[in-house]
Write a protein of this length. Structure first.
Lengths: 495, 495
């Protein structure tokens, strides 16, 4: 893209910003629903292109497209509901404990144009019309998506479908636009018209972009989702209760989408002495070869897999395969190894990194009481952490582990597997560094809308100059949290 | 402070973190109230020391101490109320539109130890026991305050009073600690045990610290409040309606605390041709000399004042005075000048910076319809912006100005003056860069608690392992936002 292209795109986003922000909630919601319906209407074409460009399966891609459409519709509900505006109204209070209190009313406004860097591994759900785009559009922000090079045609098709639908439903021109090329992404991130950035991808690139965002003459918030190894901890009692179910679930979770998921369990802690070898091997062998997303991911996976397989002390349970064609494109089956926890500690440099592909490491531990401190010694922040305990198991060891997980991840699971992130109001997808650049928010679920808004207060404003959500007649019927006069007299009495 | 001192302080804060986070809300609230009461009990000693170290008046300091105590009590209410936990519960939903939905429960947990850089100009309210400290303690985070060199004895006294009160009320050792020295602050900001930073001060220092926080191996959020010139816009009709009241309020707001307030109105836009000269001069002359906080602020104010007075095209309405003693300590009376808007545009490099002291610039404009575009051309982000309009005035020009203010500030005032920030649930103190490093939150008012929390979700957790706020029996009686099963079927229908 030329500098002129980028200039035109940034200018259009900036022009669209006040117009899109001013579209009333019901109309904005209808535009999101129209975009969702347009995606579903174009399903066959979009999924076929996605399949070709990414090697992901038809079933997976159809499901992902549906999820992406549902996500837009869910955000339409959020827009109409209006809770996200966090409306607070302080009534004027002549008897306020610190002197006369003015009438103060606060809500959240859209930040302005957002730049969203798409991921390779979810060509719908974390790409042009994915979660961050839906959240930003819902907030009232125009979006520029830096398309991922792994699915360039799909990106343009999706942008075309969605932007047409939005504009037909009354959104201004420039509400959703796409750019491509790494340099274009970096240049756009530096543009003063961009007010927030979001990203899903590697630690290396995410860190580089976060640093650029922070170093701008006017710094902006940057929400990057980077790397995560999502440890799973299985207690002896859980294994006794349900070894077959755990093995089934583990291998499925590692193998699904060829392990190219940010929540893939990279480490499973199991009691030493459990005989997994056969159960793992049998299950892994049943998994058919799956294409990796692109040559870049193939070569990254190849290095990680070689490093793991060549580490002294590693026992191979399922060697799996990685076949690479003349153009560098890979096909893989699951590779699953085991190591004693002491080896993992000694070989942490070789073993602890995320393997983006169908590889996982079973870590054999001796003492469940030490799991929390072992985890603390080994891991930084993660998106998720999972405990498999027996029914009713509630030991000090489990409690210590849950405390560590609460401190070190964004989502703590009990049973089940971290892959497959529900799109709901309570979901949290984001954890301490390096799983994200900023763990104050989420990239999945409705709470994500907060990323793209900022608060503004109005003091003693006449009714006719107040924004709709702050008016006493509340024309949008949004939740208003009101603090009546007189309350301050009792503060501190804690009645 | 030695490296060993800093190491011990960081270690204590890290040890205190899980303990303070685990203190149940009512006990945490009681500890905050105890701290507030202890401050009030020590008033005479604290205020006398503050007066000596800062030169601020007894009345101002007593009021500020009361405000600081009330702020702690208000946060005690916030802790008990529990809305800030943002509890969201998704009921498990077998009929969820994207397949079986798990039980997901999300709330906000404390981030861990917070480093708070105190300001010079509010030795109580933005210092050791000030707003950021209160918000972080309320959130359940231990706080290390980097004391301001402008009131070192007061800082230690305050820390002593407050930490004793907290610990007597059951807070762990290390819940509130103080460090001093610039290098100590920088070193502590780099310590991996520190999980968030806050700051109130200059653009230069705030930017430096924000850059350090962003460049850490593990970046952390940094909430800096930097510079703001708080423009005020007076319409011709407002002036006609209430010229005397506006002049009174303006001079008081500029002169209060010798203009050393982050919300001091630095520019007042008034219709050209209004004859202010006499009204301003008379009022300014009545203001007694006031000490500036310290020699550093004196020399900064001296340069700004000289630059403004020596700029061609500036008319002096009240020259005021700045007397500097042999030790560099200054005493000042208000300096108020006027310039035509065209001169301000031409001389922006000399005139547009914040003058931290009792100086303000009246800007004469010709056409009210152009105010919004003039403001947009001149100003970056500000903490506040104020409109003085006549009763019922609701022109396109006013609306454009309000739109610009909403976009460019954190608080829009109608009538009144931006100094004197109410401590309330709806207050917003924080606006676009450079008024803050991060305009997603506030440093005054109860919403500030969000700075020091991050979300965590629990998926399919057994009741006995859920944190109290997420349990069905809700032992802390916090607001729980529940999403029942079945709702997803209607998403997008926007009924």
């Amino acid at each position: 893209m030329t500098d002129q292209d980028l200039e035109m795109i940034a200018a259009r986003a900036a022009e669209a910003a006040p117009l899109w922000a001013a579209v009333p909630p019901r109309r904005r919601a209808h535009a999101l629903v129209a975009a969702a319906d347009a995606l579903l209407a174009a399903e066959s074409e979009l999924v076929a292109t996605a399949e070709e460009e990414t090697g992901l399966s038809d079933a997976r891609l159809s499901g992902e497209l549906k999820r992406t459409a549902v996500q837009l519709k869910l955000f339409a509900e959020v827009v109409v509901d209006g809770s996200y505006l966090d409306v607070r109204i302080d009534d004027a209070d002549p008897n306020f404990v610190l002197g006369v209190r003015p009438d103060v009313r606060r809500y959240r406004v859209p930040v302005g144009p957002v730049l969203n860097f798409a991921a390779s591994n979810f060509p719908f759900a974390f790409s042009v019309a994915g979660g961050d785009t839906a959240a930003a559009l819902a907030a009232g922000c125009p979006v520029i998506v830096k398309a991922h090079s792994g699915h360039p045609r799909l990106s343009l098709m999706t942008a075309d479908v969605v932007s047409r639908a939005l504009e037909s439903a009354g959104a201004p021109r420039g509400t959703l636009q796409v750019i491509s090329g790494q340099q274009a992404g970096v240049d756009m991130l530096k543009d003063p018209r961009i007010k927030a950035g979001s990203f899903t991808g590697s630690i290396r690139i995410g860190r580089m972009l976060a640093d650029i965002a922070a170093a701008r003459p006017t710094p902006i918030p940057f929400y990057g989702e980077l790397g995560s190894v999502n440890p799973v901890f299985v207690t002896p009692a859980a294994l006794e209760e349900n070894a077959e179910g755990i093995l089934d679930g583990f291998v499925s979770s590692v193998a699904g989408s060829a392990g190219q998921l940010c929540t893939k369990p990279g480490f499973l802690f199991a009691p030493a002495g459990a005989s997994f070898a056969e159960g793992i091997a049998t299950r892994a062998e049943r998994v058919p070869e799956h294409r990796l997303l692109n040559p870049g991911i193939t070569s990254g996976y190849q290095s990680r897999r070689d490093a793991v397989l060549n580490t002294p002390g590693v026992t191979v349970l399922a060697e799996g395969s990685l076949r690479v064609d003349g153009e560098g494109q890979g096909w893989a089956t699951p590779t699953i190894v085991s190591v004693p926890v002491e080896v993992l500690k000694e070989q942490r440099d070789a073993l602890l990194d995320e393997s983006f592909g169908p590889l996982s490491i079973i870590v054999e531990y001796d003492d469940p009481a030490k799991l929390a401190s072992i985890a603390d010694e080994l891991f930084e922040g993660n998106l998720t952490g999972t405990v498999h305990a027996a029914r009713g198991e509630n030991s000090a060891a489990i409690r210590a582990l849950v405390a560590w997980l609460t401190h070190s991840t964004g989502r703590v699971l009990f049973g089940g597997w971290p892959t497959g992130v529900a799109v709901t109001p309570a979901m949290q997808h984001g954890g301490p560094w390096p799983s994200t650049t900023n763990d104050s928010s989420t990239s999945v679920g409705t709470a994500a809308i907060a990323r793209f808004t900022r608060p503004v207060a109005f003091q003693n404003a006449p009714g006719e100059l107040l924004p709709e959500p702050l008016r006493d007649d509340n024309p949008w019927s949004v939740p208003q949290h009101r603090t009546p006069a007189g309350e301050s007299q009792s503060w501190g009495s804690l009645e």
